[in-house]
Design a protein around this ligand. Structure first.
Ligand code: AMP
Ligand code: ZN
Length: 113
């Protein structure tokens, strides 16, 4: 059985997809934590950044560039935004398919909880 993000990518379950290319998709987070909350998700199931390997280098770079472009397109570049990659249990990762959160539209705080 495939994971929830694999099922979004294969269009088995709906999501508000804003960008799709051969390697990744961008869709709106179902439970937004900021006025803009997007997820950049590789099409290939990769559990987390901790399980990424040397051959994933180009994909990882692509995800960051797509995240920055999505932030720009949502008007976040001027005032700033936050990219987050929760990793593993202590990192707060709840979906075991690598994803980059794009958060913006409000002041972010540090340190995160
Ligand atoms: P993380 O906790 O970093 O693993 O992030 C998982 C994110 O996926 C959370 O912010 C959830 O709100 C989001 N999420 C879970 N299921 C869906 C879904 N079906 N569509 C969109 N976002 C989802
Ligand atoms: Zn998956």
């Amino acid at each position: 059985m495939s994971c929830v993000f694999c099922r979004i990518i294969s269009k088995e379950i709906p999501a508000e997809i804003l960008h799709e290319d051969p390697d990744c998709v961008v869709f709106k987070d179902i439970n937004p934590q900021a006025p803009v909350h997007l997820l950049v998700v590789p099409k290939r199931h990769l559990t987390s950044v901790a399980s990424a390997r040397e051959e994933d280098k180009q994909l990882l770079g692509h995800l960051l560039l797509v995240a920055a472009k999505a932030a720009r397109e949502h008007g976040l570049a001027d005032k700033g935004f936050r990219l987050v990659i929760n990793t593993g249990e202590r990192g707060g990762q709840t979906v075991g398919h690598l994803h980059v959160h794009v958060l913006g539209g409000r002041q972010m705080r540090w340190p995160p909880g």
